[in-house]
Design a protein around this ligand. Structure first.
Ligand SMILES: [Fe+2]
Length: 302
């Protein structure tokens, strides 16, 4: 009998399109002189780590596939099109061609329904995949040689409250983990959101002019440092307790639920995370963070 599946690693893997732009991959039409090197070095470390890891599938939760009714999952075998960032079309016009682990997507949807969540499968192969999913997956695996599962960002935080949204995302995380275990997958999870998210409204003439890049303000920066401190200390339960305040006071993209989903899937880690990099992009705080769950841990949490 095949061994039960497990989450082999989880990452906070933010999706500023600037990071893909700065790498000049062949899939992107825009051409850059570089920029945001610290965050890109963090992602390079992630790629090095994952080169040592045997895994089947990347599961990504993205803030930029926004769904009002329930949690949606890509569930056609292939998606191929052009993704253009609506805010930064000058930076991100990316030709993607990706495969989906449909069996796992269906299993997550079924586990979610069993847990009382509303889930929906996106089976239209002409559906335009959001740039958050594409950016995070590209930065972690630019070869695109693994299938993905992409999960939408339900709006519970926005239409109800941060507390309601948090409960919803933790339940979705548990459903994701159960589906991974049931299908025997060795999965890597990506939470695609930034941390503090107040951002500049005017772009420098040269977008990659790093003399213009810094935290939007010190309050945002200090909030991000507090959050990273809790991650490094293995205090994710405490992080969830302050998350509603963090979201409001730092205008955090955690409001879209990706990080909370990841923490739920990992059983709310009480072991230290590795922070590969922190840096700002148009003033927003972005961290590349890794959790390595012990083999027994992800099945034990809530
Ligand atoms: Fe975003």
């Amino acid at each position: 009998m095949a061994p039960p599946g497990r989450i082999v690693a989880g990452f906070l893997a933010p999706h500023p399109p600037h990071l893909v732009y700065a790498e000049n991959p062949p899939q992107n039409e825009a051409v850059a002189q570089g920029g945001w090197e610290v965050l890109r070095a963090g992602y390079a470390q992630v790629r090095q780590r994952l080169a040592q890891v045997d895994y089947d599938t990347l599961v990504v939760h993205s803030p930029h596939w926004k769904t009002v009714t329930g949690h949606h999952l890509l569930a056609a075998p292939h998606f191929r099109s052009l993704s253009v960032d609506p805010i930064f079309p000058n930076l991100f016009r990316y030709h993607y061609d990706l495969s989906v682990d449909v069996e796992l997507a269906r299993a997550i949807a079924a586990e979610g329904q069993d847990a009382g969540l509303v889930t929906q499968l996106m089976e239209n192969p002409d559906f335009r995949v959001d740039y958050g999913t594409i950016t995070s997956c590209h930065l972690v695996n630019p070869e695109w040689d693994k299938p993905i599962v992409a999960i939408s960002s339900n709006r519970a935080n926005f239409y109800f409250s941060n507390e309601v949204g948090q409960a919803e995302m933790l339940a979705l995380g548990v459903a994701t983990r159960r589906a991974i275990e049931r299908t025997g997958r060795r999965a890597v999870l990506l939470a695609s959101n930034s941390l503090s998210h107040r951002h500049f409204t005017v772009e420098p003439e040269l977008p990659e002019d790093m003399s213009a890049e810094h935290p939007y303000n010190n309050n945002q920066y200090q909030w991000d440092m507090r959050v990273l401190e809790l991650m490094r200390a293995g205090q994710c339960r405490q992080l969830l307790e302050i998350m509603p305040d963090f979201i409001e006071q730092a205008v955090s993209e955690c409001k879209d639920g990706s990080l909370t989903w990841l923490l739920g899937a990992l059983g709310v880690p009480d072991y230290p995370a590795t922070v590969h990099a922190y840096g700002t992009v148009i003033g927003t705080g972005n961290a590349v963070v890794q959790w390595d769950p012990p083999a027994a841990a992800t099945g034990a949490g809530t």
